[in-house]
Each structure stands twice: as structure tokens, then as C-alpha cells.
Design a protein around this ligand. Structure first.
Ligand code: BDR
Ligand code: CA
Length: 313
């Protein structure tokens, strides 16, 4: 039986690749729905991009919802400087034809969890945690019904990418991240510590383009666009590929290693707001609320990704 997942996302080229990887893996994952959140760019673009991606994958049956248009307490910070004006610059994808679902994304998450057997739905978060935090505030009973939350977010050993201390997804809505990390549901984090090891080198991108399908062509164009900023910034052979690690963890957990420990979010300090403080060495007695992954196998990851993308149109 495939594991049921809801993907909460701000696509985003790397979000798009994560969605494609999930849709290419129906034996393991059943994507119930996709919920857009404000993040990389505004909600309008993110909701439109999510619909473009499911159509690219030949899956117009996947319902796409729009969630929150801004963080809980703060002004929205976006990342057009990485992802382009539309959030998905690079490939020339047609305007989506499927409609956005009329229900608010937060209500969709609540209703779906409340209607399902407890412990049967996994939330995969690829953007700021606003929708999940709002769902937990509106209906706290969902916490006991979530099978697991698997999130791309945070950093500890590699510290920040949007500030010296904070990773983008947590920084955009630290209050929502704080609500989520305290909710009691099982949580796995894929932080920058992992994603900085998962680099899309020219050879790996070329292998995806050479698949010969439209998905491979689009993924190559997306990542070629979005990696420009990071290649300049870090000077590495390839740019980090963040969000698809969430799906890869569900498909092949032996690609990753880490440990169970406390992770807390800084919400007060002006200097380090959004920092994910991981008690990796267990120096406090704080509750171990997160499986914090620290290392990933890049060759194994790109083998999996390339094999799966080959299965799409
Ligand atoms: C995260 O920020 C976004 O720009 C990416 O899509 C990813 O989710 C990495 O910090
Ligand atoms: Ca993202």
C-alpha cells in the first residue's frame, strides 16, 4: 500500500522536482493533494506553478489548493533573486488548465486529516510552515492524527542561507515553525546540512536532460536557471538541491543519516531569528522532537531521481 502524502509547497524549481519525484513513484507514494503557500514568491504564482507541475507530470487529477498568502506575524520575505519573477523561471511551461480547488488549503489539510484513520497521512513540507502552523492553531486535534511531518528546512552545522543564522523556509515564518516543532507529531528535518551535499553538477543535470522526455527537458531548464545564484554564491561544482530530499527520504531512507534530538526555533532575537537550534549532542534534557538528518548520499540520490523522472511523460 503506498503511503498517503500531502505536499505543502512554494514552487520553486526544487519544489517542482520534489513534486515530480513523488508523482513518479506511485508504488510507494499516493499524493492526495498539493497545497501552495507564500514563500519563494507570492501565493498566486506558487499556486499556478503547482498546477503547471502536475500537468507536466501528466497528472491533472491531483487537486491543488491555495493556502496562506503571508506568514503568521511577519511581512512576507521572498526569493525572486534565486527563483525568478514567477518562482519557476527556466522552462517554457504552458499556463495551467486545471482549476485551483475552491477550498482554502488550511481547511483541506484539517478536513483530510480529521476524516482519515489516525497515523495514515504524512505531511511533506517544502516551504515556510505557515499552512501547517495555521492548521494546528485552528484544529489542534490534527497533531495526533498526522503520521509524520517530513520537512525541508533548517540548518545547524551549515548555518544559514537567507541570513548567516537562518535557513529560508524557517526564517520566513519562524512562529509557524515553532508551532509545528512543538506539536508532538513525529517530525523529520532535511536541513541545509544534508542538501548542501546533494549538488546538481553539470553531469547530473545532463543525465536528466538526456532522458529524452519532456520532464527531463523541463527539469534541466529549471535547475539550470535556479542554480546560477548558488553557484556564484558558494563556488561549488553544483548547486544544492533542497526539496526533493524530502521525497527521497520517504522512498529510500538509507540514503540519509542523522539522529533523534531536540530542535528549537529562535523567534525573539533580531540577529538570529529563524535559527534552528539542534541539540545534536544532547546537552539539554529537552524533548527529542525531531529526527534531524545530517548527511545524504548524493550519488544514490541522483540515481534514484534520474531513474524515477524517466518514468514521467
Ligand atoms: C528552501 O528555500 C527555498 O528557496 C527552496 O525551495 C527550499 O525549500 C531552501 O532553503
Ligand atoms: Ca521550497
Amino acid at each position: 500500500m503506498p503511503r498517503k502524502i500531502i505536499i505543502d509547497t512554494d514552487p520553486g524549481q526544487d519544489d517542482a522536482v520534489a513534486i515530480l519525484l513523488a508523482l513518479a513513484s506511485p508504488a510507494e507514494l499516493e499524493v492526495l493533494g498539493i497545497v501552495a503557500v507564500a514563500g519563494n514568491v507570492g501565493l498566486h504564482h506558487n499556486a499556478s506553478n503547482a498546477r503547471k507541475i502536475v500537468e507536466l507530470a501528466g497528472r491533472p487529477d491531483i487537486p491543488v489548493y491555495a493556502g496562506c498568502a503571508r506568514p503568521m506575524r511577519r511581512h512576507l520575505v521572498t526569493a525572486e533573486h534565486v527563483h525568478g519573477e514567477t518562482g519557476l523561471n527556466g522552462p517554457d511551461l504552458p499556463e495551467p488548465t486545471i482549476p485551483l480547488q475552491p477550498q482554502h488549503g488550511v481547511d483541506y489539510i484539517i478536513d483530510t486529516l480529521m476524516a482519515a484513520e489516525p497515523g495514515t497521512i504524512t505531511l511533506c513540507t517544502l516551504g515556510p510552515l505557515t499552512n501547517i502552523g495555521m492548521a494546528l492553531v485552528k484544529q489542534p486535534a490534527i497533531a495526533d492524527r498526522i503520521a509524520e511531518i517530513v520537512m525541508m528546512g533548517g540548518a545547524y552545522f551549515e548555518v544559514g542561507n537567507i541570513t548567516p543564522a537562518a535557513e529560508f523556509n524557517i526564517y520566513v515564518d519562524p512562529e509557524a515553525a515553532d508551532v509545528v516543532l512543538r506539536c508532538g507529531a513525529p517530525i523529520t528535518m532535511l536541513p541545509l546540512d544534508v542538501t548542501h551535499q546533494i549538488q546538481s553538477t553539470p553531469e547530473r543535470l545532463e543525465a536528466i536532460r538526456n532522458l529524452g522526455n519532456r520532464t527531463g527537458e523541463a527539469v534541466h531548464a529549471m535547475l539550470t536557471f535556479s542554480e546560477t545564484f548558488d553557484l556564484l554564491k558558494y563556488g561549488w561544482a553544483g548547486a544544492p538541491l533542497h526539496d526533493p530530499t524530502v521525497i527521497a527520504w520517504l522512498l529510500q531512507p538509507d540514503l540519509f543519516e542523522g539522529r533523534h534530538c531536540n530542535v528549537s526555533i529562535e523567534t525573539a532575537s533580531e540577529l538570529t531569528v529563524g535559527m534552528t537550534v539542534a541539540d545534536y549532542w544532547h546537552v539539554t534534557g529537552k524533548v527529542r522532537n525531531v529526527t534531524y538528518l545530517r548527511n545524504g548520499n548524493a550519488d544514490g540520490f541522483f540515481r534514484l531521481l534520474t531513474e524515477r523522472l524517466a518514468l514521467l511523460p
